[in-house]
Design a protein. Structure first.
Length: 504
């Protein structure tokens, strides 16, 4: 048994801690890793707990494209073998290559590579990953996200070679995590759910699922996961941003800025393609602060919960919710136009900003939305739950709001791959010309089915563990505090790989 981790950024520290548990508790002796971010790679290379049989670094692989001659025949063969049906998905999922974001802050959108350079990047990445997998021969490759050229190629090539791919995924039920073999859904939970549908049996976790559902419907805000709770608590009032301009805070920012520049050049971070510069970070942050100080209140429309309306929550950008799960719907303004004209003529479409995007989108973005006659831009201080409660229909690309709407007995239309698509309350739109008919169907024929929903929630609970990955990720690993969560994640992986604890 050899396990390979895609150890991107701060997950490298988590994956390493999981590897230690798998080694000590389950006797897994061999590990290898594809690291992303030089500091993560250096950590894995210099630690002494695990001897990785091979470590490769995304940034070093990327740099190889500069001396890589373009081989179109190789790319055609690669596309035929690993594309579905082409290799554009490997590029479009990568926010750095396609938009220069993460180097710069949204809404910056200016790719730094030409088409030919992008092809050479795919070529050199594919060659390295194929060689890496052929030499290491891992039994499984474990991810938390598939969000760049390297991770998408690693995922696709591993699958084609018959190597088990496992993605650690948050279930959006409390703070639980599960594993899936397909990033598009919760495959392990879906298998359990489908088996229950065939047999007509109730989930062994049905009672637990009923309790959770009743609690959620009674008070949704009390059931928010750690990461969603942080979004809801973010200050939305523009006056809170003035604190940044107070003399002490402004001076502290400049002092931090100078120190960051010194560290940036001392660490030679500027040599890596995915590293932003301190001055761009400072400039983009200043622009965002100024946007927030100007405020958006004058653009908001008054919500009238007595009228007939559908709801579309703006999604976080750039994120895998659109780039990975719905790559053809990254233009949200265009999608909102299609939804608005697919509603009954007297309906309004309520649109609300994602809490984490406040200040990022320019005023012009919202003004473009307000040109749509039946669209209302709703104040972000109004919670999504308030809007869902009175909405006739919820439309999402792949967002959590759709899941919350299902739990609250609302009809949902989605536009991408998301785990709750398998429920009867949800219709996925795959052809935009059919959207008006899907809307009509959901408005006229929707029936909530609690028995099926409880079985689905129970199926997820059966293959999940309460390991708060977001909290560990965001706050950094504290061994005394997070050992239980990390052990749970390792146990979940071991369960999927049929590993048994070793006896000493």
């Amino acid at each position: 048994m050899k396990i390979c981790f895609f150890s991107q950024r701060r997950f490298a520290y988590i994956s390493h801690a999981i590897a230690i548990v798998l080694k000590k508790k389950y006797g897994v002796a061999e590990f290898c890793a594809y690291a992303q971010l030089r500091s993560s790679y250096e950590f894995l290379r210099n630690q002494t707990d695990i001897k990785y049989t091979s470590l490769i670094l995304d940034e070093d692989i990327h740099n190889g494209f500069k001396n890589e001659p373009l081989d179109l025949e190789y790319l055609k063969n690669l596309e035929q073998k690993y594309g579905f049906p082409n290799l554009w998905h490997c590029l479009t999922v990568d926010r750095v290559l396609m938009h220069s974001q993460m180097i710069r802050e949204y809404p910056y959108n200016n790719p730094k590579y030409s088409h030919e350079e992008m092809l050479r990047i795919v070529q050199v990445q594919a060659k390295t990953i194929i060689k890496f997998l052929d030499e290491e021969k891992p039994s499984a490759v474990i991810f938390t996200v598939v969000g760049c050229v390297g991770s998408m190629l690693l995922y696709q090539i591993a699958k084609k070679k018959g190597i088990l791919t496992l993605v650690i995924s948050e279930t959006r039920i409390n703070d639980e995590c599960t594993l899936t073999e397909d990033y598009k859904n919760l495959s392990w939970a879906e298998e359990t759910f489908n088996q229950l549908k065939i047999t007509g049996a109730a989930s062994p976790s049905a009672k637990k699922a009923q309790i959770y559902l009743a609690k959620f419907r009674h008070n949704p805000l009390a059931c928010l996961a750690y990461w969603a709770e942080a979004d809801v608590k973010k200050p939305k009032n523009r006056w809170s941003n003035y604190r940044w301009f107070l003399p002490k805070n402004f001076f502290d920012s400049w002092r931090w800025f100078i120190k960051t520049i010194v560290r940036y050049f001392a660490a030679k971070k500027h040599q890596d393609y995915a590293e932003g510069t301190p001055w761009h970070y400072f400039l983009d942050r200043l622009k965002r602060k100024l946007r927030t100080l100007i405020g958006f209140e004058h653009l908001y429309d008054k919500a009238d919960f007595r009228e007939d309306y559908a709801f579309f929550p703006l999604h976080l950008e750039p994120e895998i919710t659109t780039m990975l799960f719905a790559p053809f719907w990254t233009d949200q303004i265009n999608l909102i136009k299609q939804i608005a004209r697919s509603l009954p003529v007297h309906f309004k479409l309520y649109v609300k900003e994602h809490p984490s995007m406040l200040g990022y989108r320019p005023h012009s973005y919202y003004k473009e939305l307000k040109k749509i006659p039946n669209v209302k831009l709703i104040d972000p201080d109004i919670t999504s739950f308030q809007i869902i409660a009175n909405a006739k229909l919820i439309t999402v690309i792949t967002g959590t709001t759709g899941w919350e709407a299902v739990l609250l007995k609302k009809p949902v239309i989605t536009f991408g791959d998301v785990f709750y698509n398998c429920l009867p309350a949800v219709k996925r739109c795959v052809q935009i010309e059919q959207l008006p008919y899907l809307v009509q169907e959901q408005l006229k024929n929707f029936q909530d089915d609690d028995a099926t929903l409880i079985n689905f929630i129970g199926s997820i609970m059966e293959v999940s563990l309460p390991a708060n990955l977001s909290k560990v990720w965001s706050s950094g690993i504290n061994k005394s505090r997070d050992q239980q969560a990390l052990t749970m994640l390792a146990d979940l992986i071991a369960r999927k790989l049929n590993l048994k604890p070793v006896r000493f």
